[in-house]
Design a protein around this ligand. Sequence first.
Ligand SMILES: Cc1ncc(COP(=O)(O)OP(=O)(O)O)c(N)n1
Ligand SMILES: Cc1ncsc1CCOP(=O)(O)O
Ligand SMILES: [Mg+2]
Length: 488
Amino acid sequence: MTRPIVWTVAGSDSGGGAGIQADLHAMHNLGVHGCSVVSALTAQNSVAVTAAEATSAAMFEAQLQALAADMPARVIKTGMLASEEQIKILLNYINDVWLVVDPVAVSTSGYRLADNAVLQAIHKHLLPRAQLVTPNINELQLLTGVSVDNEEQAITAARQLLQTGVQAVVVKGGHLNTDLPQVTDLLVSADRVVRFQQPRIANAHGHGTGCTLASVLASALALNYPLEDALVMANAYVAAGLHDAEAVGQGTGPVRHHLWPVAAPHFAAYPWSLNEKSSLPDQPFALMPPEQMGLYAVVDSVDWIQQLLEQGVRTLQLRIKTPLSAQKLEQQIAQTVALGRQYQARIFINDYWQLALKYQAYGVHLGQEDLADADLPAIQQAGLRLGISTHGYFEILRAKALRPSYIALGHVFPTTTKQMPSQPQGLGRLADYAALLGDYTTVAIGGIDLLRVKPVLATGVDGVAVVRAITEAADITQAVEELTDAFG
Ligand SMILES: Cc1ncc(COP(=O)(O)OP(=O)(O)O)c(N)n1
Ligand SMILES: Cc1ncsc1CCOP(=O)(O)O
Ligand SMILES: [Mg+2]
């Protein structure tokens, strides 16, 4: 696969910590090809910006022309911009690309990098064309004129920015509530507000974090990660870089840059929506040790359950998606639970958590949408296991915060069993997710057949969930035997 191209349109930092230099480090480490359009030269070191000079309009446009002719961008990320004229020129090159605007206003050392006219031009011309804008609190105030001292005001100001047409705002909360041990970034779009709360990393160094965050976001979007996942990745990347940041000169040292994926402990953000937190159980769900996962058969009737139990499958799920009368549905679930007891099998009930509770099933499997409605504390207190579906970093972190018995990762390959709103993850991302989850019990699902079992297990997941590999097999007995043997 050719690497997607991302342009950074930003200022050069002679100290190498921020601006174009930080952007290209981050883009390289995320695996995209970074191109640069230099809007200004700054003379700076770790202590101060001593001079700045705008790139001429002609030279600014020449860079854009050269790139447009041969290396078109999938995503353009803007940082420091020197004039309204530059912004108007840039507008001609924002066609069929995504735009991430980092409205750089003031350097870490306090030097004003964009005057009000530039910020107004960003507001007027760039934001209506942008998918995402990433202000810190100061920049949010400068862009909106709203005074921001708390989260509510930040949300109000971010919603005001949405009126320009920008699709989403990431408010970087590092400068808000500085007495708290956590930092909360806000992802604000027309239909929701998500908080990304993570521990504050106390390090005096970390010049270039804003540029780096926006560049990781732009790169991850270019790699087709959804925005929520891109933000998880950007937070993790910056957390790793801040954790290891150290002095290079006499002043504020630069954020460090590490190859992707960064280590699991840096994925510390817990993303949650407004008003969502009250229903978290205060204890983990009953354990399901990784070695018990193995082959996980997902089927839609008690007859299938019985047949597969007789063949020795011991991890199963009853996933009924066709409309049944309430009585038939309850019968299917009651009989399934009874069979599970008889065979000492691990049988999960998909969706119908109330009936699973009523009949004391071994476990329940829930999707992300189901989580909002389910009585999770009741499921946990009754000792039922809980499995949760996930489709990327954002959902993985949300699921992990609930401490379920296992986390399902999917869909790995294209599947015809279910219409999926997300893209197939592929083996590379599956391996990243498995590494992030470490000892946590995991299972992969989606498009897995006999030939794919071994490569899937090689990513580090503990089990493989299948529908068609069993239900559509020409010889079911043989399919189950071969799938089971593939774990040997
Ligand atoms: C093991 C396993 N993983 C994922 C799913 C999908 O569950 P969900 O997101 O609830 O979607 P539906 O199955 O209800 O369509 C699963 N069932 N099992
Ligand atoms: C229910 C579900 N959730 C994610 S993929 C999937 C279907 C998996 O079915 P198959 O194994 O036939 O691809
Ligand atoms: Mg479900």
